[in-house]
Ligand binder design. Structure first.
Ligand code: GUN
Length: 284
């Protein structure tokens, strides 16, 4: 049976590390601040934003929330981002996605200063990731790399299969595994022979968004399985993409849902916020 990768424990480790950095900065008279913009009242987004506030409170980061009405215009949102970009007391800016349909997500993400872009969604930061010279990494892929490192999971020379090609997870994840010397395959909805491709994976990372998508017959004996999915099953229970019960019998290590990748995503936002503060104060 697989060893369970404890995302909560790794997240606690990362948050403690970052908390010490915040305390150091505070001792130098520097406050660390994160601005979070929420447009409308999508219930999931409200929960995510509340969790971010909790994490900031735990680490001693000042969190400033801008809850804007659903009918906020592009001009209003861009004006707020412009103000926050110029505000020396704000280190990081995050605009919670998805935005209401009438707002142009690409334009909004491009408006956030790359220096304060704690999501690493700005094209400049995306480009830096491609080149392997980055300050910020998107939180979920960065969190997975932290977990692999915490558990001393060898990546060099390994076959890594990433299922999913989103800009937020699949593509940057593949790039980070490439930088860490894995041989990387990205699979998606048009991939032929998905099962065979996945069976070649020493490290299998699923970011699909479908419950029970990864079944035991897709997993090589002894593979490391990372589940990015956050789904509800038929009974309404939170679950990942991986059929955990059967896959854990084949994998050597596996992340659970909940308690795997999720807590890491949250921890890495804190990490990026501290990095932003260090950079802006010439300390990194
Ligand atoms: N909505 C869901 N996940 C995220 C995230 O990581 N960043 C932002 N900005 N919005 C999200």
């Amino acid at each position: 049976m697989a060893q369970i990768i404890d995302g909560k424990a790794v997240a606690a480790f990362v948050k403690n590390r970052e908390k010490d950095k915040v305390a150091d900065l505070n001792n130098q008279g520097i406050k660390v601040s994160l601005a979070v913009i929420l447009v409308g009242n999508d219930p999931a987004s409200c929960v995510y934003v509340a969790n971010k506030r909790k994490d900031c409170d735990e680490l001693g980061i000042n969190s400033i929330e801008y809850a804007l009405p659903e009918e906020t215009t592009m001009d209003e949102l861009l004006a707020l981002i412009d103000k926050l970009n110029k505000d020396k007391d704000i280190n990081g800016i995050l605009c919670q996605l998805p935005l209401p349909r009438h707002l142009d997500e690409t334009q909004v993400l491009e408006a956030i200063s790359p220096l304060k872009d704690v999501d690493a969604f700005h094209p400049e930061n995306v480009g830096r990731i491609m080149m392997g010279k980055y300050e910020f990494l998107p939180c979920t892929p960065a969190g997975i790399m932290e977990m692999l490192s915490y558990y001393n999971i060898e990546t060099s020379g390994k076959n890594c299969v990433v299922i999913g090609r989103s800009n937020i997870v699949g593509k940057p994840m593949a790039m980070l595994m490439l930088h860490s010397n894995s041989t990387v395959t990205i699979c998606h909805s048009r991939t032929k022979n998905l099962k065979e491709v996945c069976n070649g994976a020493d490290i299998l990372i699923s970011a699909v968004g479908k419950a029970d998508f990864v079944t035991a017959d897709m997993v090589k004996d002894g593979a490391v399985v990372i589940d990015v999915g956050m789904n509800r099953n038929g009974a309404g229970k939170l679950c990942g993409d991986v059929d955990f019960e059967s896959v854990k019998e084949k994998a050597s290590m596996i992340t659970p849902v909940p308690g795997g990748v999720g807590p890491m995503t949250r921890a890495m936002l804190m990490c990026n916020t501290v990095t932003a503060a260090l950079k802006q104060n010439g300390l990194k």
